[in-house]
Design a protein. Structure first.
Length: 226
């Protein structure tokens, strides 16, 4: 199967899964921004997207996409390192034409993965998971598994989580900004003229998404200080 056997095929899998994950992040960011307006409205969304069958199907689909994306990322990285051999040690200074993010996608990906684990521990394990197993592992003051507004307020009132999420989202910005335009390059939609345009569009789009997430983090952090 060429999607697995060829380097181009593996890059296509990376591009398709990456595009789907970017769309999910956009939805997730928009959903989180509702909490800036009304905690009650945010909880209504959390209840709608709890442990209902469509939410579980969506969660399973996202899990598959993330696993494929990470597995193929490591696969391509190992393949590229083997292809270069010791050549990568011959150059002490990175080429000016190569972005910093493109040379550090694996490191950025690891930071993103660790951030995801922290995020799952803070939110998913105390919300959808508790609904699935009918558990009661809630934070003191949390009114059930759909009380996402309280979890946001509780989590981001603690400065160390604000630092962790800021680092995580910064790494995610670098990862997505590079992945955005390289996705179009992989599928052949980026010529000599359009590559720079996709870079600009990607930077703007990804910046808006990340700022949306950060606005929730810092809004509730500063609110806790008042």
């Amino acid at each position: 199967m060429w999607l697995i056997d060829s380097s181009i095929g593996r890059k296509v899998v990376m591009s398709v899964t990456g595009a789907a994950l970017i769309l999910f992040l956009t939805f997730h960011m928009a959903m989180n921004c509702v909490a800036l307006i009304s905690g009650e409205a945010y909880n209504v969304i959390c209840e709608f997207l709890g442990a209902n069958w469509y939410a579980l199907v969506g969660t399973a689909g996202l899990a598959v996409l993330m696993v494929l994306h990470f597995v193929f990322a490591f696969w391509l990285t190992i393949q590229n390192r083997k292809a270069r051999g010791n050549v990568r040690y011959a150059v002490s200074e990175r080429p000016k034409s190569v972005e910093w993010a493109s040379q550090n996608m694996l490191v950025l990906g690891i930071i993103v993965f660790v951030g995801l684990l922290v995020h799952f521990a803070n939110f998913w394990s105390k919300m959808q998971l508790q609904e699935i197993i009918h558990g009661t592992n809630f934070v003191a003051g949390q009114n059930g598994p759909t009380d996402g507004a309280f979890l946001i307020q509780y989590t981001f009132s603690q400065w160390y989580y604000v630092v962790v999420y800021t680092v995580w989202l910064a790494a995610l910005w670098f990862h997505l900004s590079h992945g955005f335009w390289s996705m179009f390059q992989t599928v052949g939609w980026s010529g000599s003229k359009w590559q720079r345009r996709w870079q600009v569009i990607g930077n703007i789009y990804v910046t808006l998404v990340i700022l949306g997430f950060l606005s929730v983090v810092y809004f509730y952090f500063f609110k806790s200080l008042c």
